[in-house]
Design a protein. Structure first.
Length: 565
């Protein structure tokens, strides 16, 4: 037998507040009148004290107002006071773009934290390039730290759009200086910072000419391209007004080729991005071009091109740099005799937007698979005019040297490679000697320096995309030559259960695409569907087991590579 039980009857509280609100509207049992500008608001002290720490202190701490029937409230808009009182008595409020700022200001004065948070959340949802600077100033004024931080992040992420708005041009000098000197600006290049500074000065040059030095000295001139420095900056009238800026420009020109000196210059925030490079386009031409995915705006931005045009290229990242390795350059796409197999390596610095040559592979090859592991780069398999390879080379950036590691057990070109749990996995690929695709998968442990087979994929193929995430290895797309099939199939290998299982197929069949993990999703870019080289990009969400489309690349390409830097 249960001797007691506690019940909470929500309708009781709601009903009580409904009655109190009705009494307020009829001015019954009210014991306080709040005077806001020229308006009076009747209310009940006990209700106000229960919802506003500010008013509770006023009524209970022996202040003069505690004995008055009429209390003047300053610093609150009467419209906001009406809205806030309705919220106090009903727990319901409608926030819109017209009232949110006056309500937040009133809630701040009355020390009503929950209402402040509601207003802050609403303003965060309204952030755009035209209002984020104003919202940031407003948040700072009322010490809304969450809103202040959110608006600041928005400004940094959307800098290029923000600096074209009226709010930016009307910013005071110190606010502009604070913005331009931030390491957190997310820009495609320092040129954007320089042009923003010039635009702000020119907006009211007559009254801002004295600000030239204080504003322009926050531009990191050494991060500007040499041609841009000479053509746009060196001859600038505004730069020539500031001797300190002139010295910085001259110094920037001096150290352009001094990597050690450049490394000492603080970089702007570099959010990780997907870079896609190389490949073959619709016109059957090898590409040197590179493009970067801007996830914030869902767009692709052209980057500096490689020195060498190449397809079937291996791409990986190491220590914040992008490496392109091997590949081929075919003078006539239909004959192997006209194909040059490459051993050249190029390294891209996204901060300086510059490609530099690296040490060449010992074995030139195309369709080479590349991955970074333990501070080293691994180049695996591939092919030349005669055969597919099982050779493995390892690059150490500390001495710029390639050395050979134990070879794979099987020859394979166009295989996929991924790093999972500190080991290398290679899957699929094509063996020229046997003219066959493989379903086999090998695993390399760098500690024991040994290869061993693991469970085979369900479908043999080459030209597949392979990536690893959360103890899973994902194999996507590919081709089976003897049937001329191009696949949209996808499967994944659980490294703990050592089993493959099918997952949702891609929208479009594709072989030789680029693949990367970004924001816990799998991006598959470009490739060849048997008829066309593709610009399209698909995104796989492993939690939803679903594919969606992202913005197309600028250039259709297959045999390209991708990495996140």
């Amino acid at each position: 037998m249960i001797h007691s039980r506690t019940y909470t009857i929500t309708v009781h509280i709601n009903s009580a507040f409904q009655v109190m609100n009705d009494l307020r509207r009829r001015h019954e049992l009210c014991d306080i009148v709040l005077c806001v500008e020229d308006q009076e608001f009747h209310a009940h002290r006990i209700v106000l004290a229960g919802c506003s720490p500010y008013l509770r202190a006023m009524f209970t701490n022996g202040m003069l107002e505690s004995a008055k029937s009429h209390v003047e409230i300053r610093g609150i808009d009467p419209v906001a006071m009406e809205i806030i009182l309705n919220f106090i008595y009903t727990g319901t409020i409608e926030i819109d773009v017209e009232n949110v700022q006056i309500v937040l200001a009133g809630a701040s004065m009355l020390n009503m934290g929950s209402l402040r948070n509601v207003c802050s959340t609403f303003l965060q949802s309204q952030l755009d390039a035209t209002n984020c600077l104003g919202i940031h100033s407003f948040a700072d004024m009322y010490s809304c730290r969450d809103l202040e931080n959110a608006s600041r992040r928005f400004i940094y992420q959307h800098f290029q759009e923000v600096v074209g708005t009226e709010e930016f041009f009307l910013m005071p000098e110190q606010d502009v200086v604070d913005l331009l000197k931030s390491d957190q600006l997310q820009v495609d290049g320092e040129e954007e910072v320089y042009e923003a500074a010039i635009s702000w000065l020119n907006y009211d040059l007559r009254n801002r000419s004295h600000c030239c030095c204080s504003v322009l000295e926050n531009v990191r001139f050494a991060l500007l391209g040499k041609d841009y420095l000479l053509e746009n900056v060196y001859r600038s009238e505004l730069i020539n007004r500031c001797s300190k800026c002139q010295d910085q420009v001259a110094n920037a020109l001096r150290i352009r080729n001094d990597n050690q000196a450049l490394a000492l210059i603080g970089s702007r925030s570099q959010p990780q991005s997907i870079y896609v490079v190389g490949g073959r386009n619709d016109l059957d031409c090898q590409l040197s071009s590179c493009e970067r995915y801007d996830a914030v705006h869902n767009r692709w931005i052209p980057q500096e091109s490689m020195e060498i045009s190449r397809t079937a290229v291996g791409v990986a990242t190491l220590d914040g740099h992008l490496y392109t390795i091997g590949g081929e350059c075919a003078f006539n796409g239909s004959h192997d005799d006209d194909t040059m197999y490459l051993g050249q390596v190029e390294c891209y610095n996204p901060l300086l937007k510059r490609w530099n040559p690296g040490a060449c592979l010992g074995v030139p090859r195309s369709f080479v698979s590349v991955a970074g592991l333990g501070g080293l780069l691994y180049a695996l398999g591939g092919e030349d005019n005669n055969s597919s390879h099982n050779a493995v080379e390892v690059y150490d950036p500390s001495n710029d040297l390639w050395t050979f590691a134990p070879s794979m057990k099987q020859r394979r070109s166009g295989c996929g490679v991924a790093v999972c749990d500190g080991k290398l996995y290679v899957a699929g690929g094509y063996d020229k000697s046997y003219r066959t695709e493989r379903a086999s998968v090998e695993c390399y442990d760098p500690e024991t320096q040994e290869w061993h087979f693991v469970a085979e994929m369900e479908k043999a193929r080459s030209g597949l995309a392979l990536v690893a995430m959360d103890h899973y290895i994902y194999a996507v797309g590919g081709r089976l030559r003897h049937t001329d099939q191009f696949f949209n199939i996808a499967e994944r290998y659980n490294t703990q259960t050592q089993q493959w299982s099918s997952i949702r197929s891609m929208i479009t069949p594709r072989a030789w695409p680029a693949v990367a993990i970004y924001d816990n999703n799998i991006y598959v870019m470009g490739g060849y569907d048997g008829t066309n080289r593709l610009r399209s990009v698909e995104v796989y969400d492993p939690h939803l087991d679903s594919w969606s489309r992202a913005s197309n690349m600028n250039v259709a390409r297959a045999g390209c590579g991708a990495a996140v830097v």
